[in-house]
Design a protein around this ligand. Sequence first.
Ligand SMILES: Cc1cc2nc3c(=O)[nH]c(=O)nc-3n(C[C@H](O)[C@H](O)[C@H](O)COP(=O)(O)O)c2cc1C
Length: 191
Amino acid sequence: MDMMEFLRSRRTYRRFAQRAVPHEILTEAVDAARMASCGANRQTVRYIVVESADAVATVQPLVHWAAYLPPEQGTPKADELPTAFIAVLQDDNLPGASDVDVGLALGSLTAAAWAHGVGSCIMGAIDRPALKELLALPEGVRLCYMVALGYPTHESHLVEMQDGSVKYYLDADRNYCVPKRGMDEVLLKTL
Ligand SMILES: Cc1cc2nc3c(=O)[nH]c(=O)nc-3n(C[C@H](O)[C@H](O)[C@H](O)COP(=O)(O)O)c2cc1C
């Protein structure tokens, strides 16, 4: 696939087939994140793969979906749930923890998964205290984001922004429509 087409289709996915993502794909996604650029090459980001059916089921109620949509539209139903999660963590025992580094790691992780057709949702609306306990994080290791993963059962399309609204919505086929600002708005000038 052409790189721009890959990036256009590497969207957030929120409904999934009930088919496990192979372990090797999940660890490859972590490997891709591991190689990401980071400030001063400090490499403070850590990961936990959640793939056993029991562990995945325990995480499900601790993540919150699609704030712009009513739950009946945006929250996956029992037969649409993600089949794996990867917790993205910062090791604060090391110097130089950086949100930028976490962002770059998330970009590589989700792209590596999408290269195998595995869709993802980066999740910041999460119950951190409960997940911290569940994941049994080592001392000084902080939970930043959960990434939900699975084989998507819907499409997601970039659409032109209407009236300045950044809110994604579902079309008649329950596919996501994600407004993005146009090039004329984001590219301020070329010098
Ligand atoms: C830092 C971050 C946190 C996010 N947290 C959530 C979340 O808690 N729940 C959710 O359903 N989506 C979450 N998302 C997904 C965004 O809603 C999504 O990226 C945005 O609507 C744009 O869609 P796109 O990823 O397809 O471009 C998050 C995305 C990012 C980058």
